[in-house]
Design a protein around this ligand. Structure first.
Ligand SMILES: Cc1cc2nc3c(=O)[nH]c(=O)nc-3n(C[C@H](O)[C@H](O)[C@H](O)COP(=O)(O)O)c2cc1C
Length: 334
């Protein structure tokens, strides 16, 4: 792992990019890694069913992505153990169990946020994975589900999963989830954020590593949270405004190193893009993650538009990215 404090197995967890289905794929993670060396990157949720029965390699990632955590979706301890073992053999740095996703599809599979109501099963799942891997097994959860939203409900969950399952790292998306009536998107917006609840959890479980997630938009916000908890996980803002990541190593991890310009990051993507294209990837599948890089800069709209209009065309190659980059006034790329 490339983190600053190798003695602490959760050092990289101080700042992480959230698992986001369809967003944090391996192209995205490669791009994010160019902006920050230290941040812990999460994969999208991968279900045990996909890994065990699916066609294709659901565990593929680029070596450059370390430290990288695999997020698993599932609730069968044996299946989770099988997948965790495979992931550890492939070199993942952490396994995270999804106990926060409220989608119907996930509930039908009896995993995700609905597992908050079954702490003993979550403990069994974590224990089964910990039995077969040496890397950390962590849990990402909400502060409650439906009407089960008292602080005691959350502390009971954390007590059981930590004591019986041996989990010592929790990422808390600081809002509850409604299991019916709200879409996953609404469930990321409507239930109010309650950071003090996550802070209290850290006070009451000082021996656990607690990270907070939800609504974090700046590194200043992140530093404020870090006065109360061990880690901050950022989702949508990191994806939509990735240049936020350019100062994470300096501001959050305290490293003394130059800040990359946006154009430098684009150019550092070229060898990766060319290698991927030569393996049959579509340009648009890579560049879609880069669209927000120039957010709020002169030329940002032209960059976005040029890529959106051209990257999906058959045979589109690196020249599309070069031409899009030329839309940005270079003297303003600071
Ligand atoms: C497009 C999208 C996909 C997501 N997929 C997952 C997922 O696979 N697993 C998960 O635990 N959370 C998922 N989430 C939730 C995020 O990890 C995060 O908890 C949530 O967006 C709140 O953080 P934010 O306000 O910083 O975005 C997803 C969020 C978005 C926007």
């Amino acid at each position: 792992m490339q983190n600053t404090d190798k003695a602490n197995k959760y050092a990289a967890n101080r700042f992480s990019i959230a698992p986001m289905l369809d967003w944090t794929d391996r192209h995205c993670r490669y791009f994010h890694r160019l902006l920050t060396n230290e941040t812990l990157l999460y994969t999208e949720m991968v279900t045990t069913g996909a890994i065990i029965h699916g066609k294709g390699d659901f565990l593929a990632y680029n070596e450059e992505e370390h430290p990288v955590a695999l997020q698993l979706g599932g609730s069968n301890p044996q299946d989770l153990a099988t997948c965790a073992k495979l992931a550890a053999e492939r070199g993942y740095d952490e396994i995270n169990l999804n106990v926060g996703c409220p989608s119907d599809r996930v509930q039908n599979g009896r995993f995700g946020a609905c597992l908050m109501a079954e702490p003993q099963l979550v403990a069994d799942c974590v224990a089964a994975m910990r039995d077969v891997v040496d890397i950390p097994v962590t849990v990402k959860t909400r502060i409650g589900i439906d009407d089960q939203d008292s602080y005691e409900f959350l502390t009971d969950f954390v007590s059981i999963v930590s004591e019986k399952g041996g989990c010592d790292q929790f990422t808390i998306h600081a809002r509850k989830a409604w299991l019916s009536g709200l879409s996953p998107k609404e469930n990321r917006e409507i239930p109010p954020l309650d950071y003090p609840r996550a802070y209290q959890l850290k006070k009451d479980f000082a021996h656990l590593n607690i990270a907070v997630n939800g609504g974090v938009k700046t590194l200043g916000d992140s530093l404020s949270h870090l006065e109360h908890v061990d880690g901050v996980m950022v989702g949508r803002e990191a994806y939509q405004n990735p240049y936020l990541l350019a100062e994470v190593d300096q501001q959050i991890f305290g490293l003394d190193k130059p800040i990359k310009k946006r154009s430098q990051v684009v150019k550092e993507m070229y060898p990766y893009i060319e290698a991927q294209l030569s393996k049959g990837a579509y340009l648009g599948h890579i560049t879609r993650h880069m669209i927000g890089l120039f957010q709020a800069m002169p030329g940002a709209r032209q960059w976005r538009r040029y890529i959106s209009e051209n990257a999906h065309k058959p045979g589109a190659g690196i020249e599309v990215v070069e031409a899009a980059l030329a839309k940005i006034p270079q003297e303003l790329d600071v």
